[in-house]
Design a binder for this molecule. Structure first.
Ligand SMILES: C[S@@+](CC[C@H](N)C(=O)[O-])C[C@H]1O[C@@H](n2cnc3c(N)ncnc32)[C@H](O)[C@@H]1O
Length: 251
């Protein structure tokens, strides 16, 4: 199957495509890389059976107008949440809920493997949020997964719902595009749980290289302990693990 997340890839019939089994194996290797990089504790076997049970449910229920995620990237989001088991999740720039769906399904979705406390998707686009809400409900996500119209920089307004075990950043601002990622994480950092994961989409996209050139270094300054960037597609995902000391106790 062509990779719909890569501009032009759908028309590129000559490009060799991975089979489902090969994609599972590649995803497993990336999870193992995350363990070596210090952002995940383990790379258990058998992750992908759960992914393949979930996959048709999300594919059938979700309407995604014009953003895409490769099957490899979806596997990584699903695996990170399955292993990390975040109780409190915030997705900043959730749009119609595509990344939100994969990263929250293990704790909040129709085939959940644990019971999360709450998952909140934020976006400023009211129409996209109507689609996201419909997607979550059609797919059978529980009431603990919600979307809210809000400026993602207003982290303090959501502090009472923290501390956050996983924050995913994917805003795209008019003019600034992705340049605000580190500033946005800085707003959420005081309410990150010890050992929290911060995921960022698009860190490897050529268009955003300049915007995001210092992103990982700035997160390490803010209190992160380890970070790695995964080439899941042309967009890429950065996975950063926060320190385990309580945020207020850090020098
Ligand atoms: C690339 S899209 C996100 C795609 C989405 N994560 C998905 O799974 O398809 C970027 C989103 O960021 C939103 N956005 C831009 N600035 C924002 C802000 N300050 N606060 C919240 N959302 C914002 C836009 O409305 C847009 O929906």
């Amino acid at each position: 199957m062509a990779d719909p997340a890569v501009p032009g890839a759908v028309a590129d019939r000559a490009r060799p495509q991975l089979t489902i089994a090969q994609t599972d194996l590649l995803a497993q290797r990336m999870v193992e890389h995350c363990v070596r990089a210090g952002v995940l504790p383990t790379a258990p076997e058998g992750l992908w059976e759960g992914y393949h049970r979930l996959r048709p449910l999300l594919y059938d229920a979700f309407e995604i107008p014009d953003t895409h995620l490769t099957p490899l990237a979806a596997r990584l989001l699903y695996a990170v949440a399955t292993i990390h088991r975040p109780q409190r999740v915030a997705v900043l720039g959730c749009y119609a809920g595509n990344l939100l769906g994969w990263v929250t399904a293990p704790g909040f979705g129709p085939t959940a493997s644990y019971q999360g406390t709450h998952a909140v998707g934020l976006d400023v686009d009211a129409d996209a949020l109507v689609t996201a809400e419909g997607n979550l409900r059609r797919a059978g996500f529980g009431p603990a997964a919600v979307v809210v119209r809000a400026d993602a920089y207003a982290a303090a307004d959501f502090a009472h719902l923290g501390p956050w075990d996983l924050v995913l950043v994917d805003i795209d601002e008019p003019g600034a595009r992705k340049a605000g990622y580190a500033r946005l994480v800085e707003r959420w950092a005081p309410n990150l749980a010890p050992g929290a994961l911060v995921l960022a989409h698009d860190v490897r996209h050529p268009v955003f290289q300049w915007d995001l050139r210092d992103y990982a270094a700035r997160l390490l300054d803010l209190g992160a302990e380890a970070s790695t960037s995964l080439p899941v597609d042309v967009c890429g995902i950065e996975i950063t693990r926060w320190g385990t000391a309580p945020t207020g106790a850090r020098p």
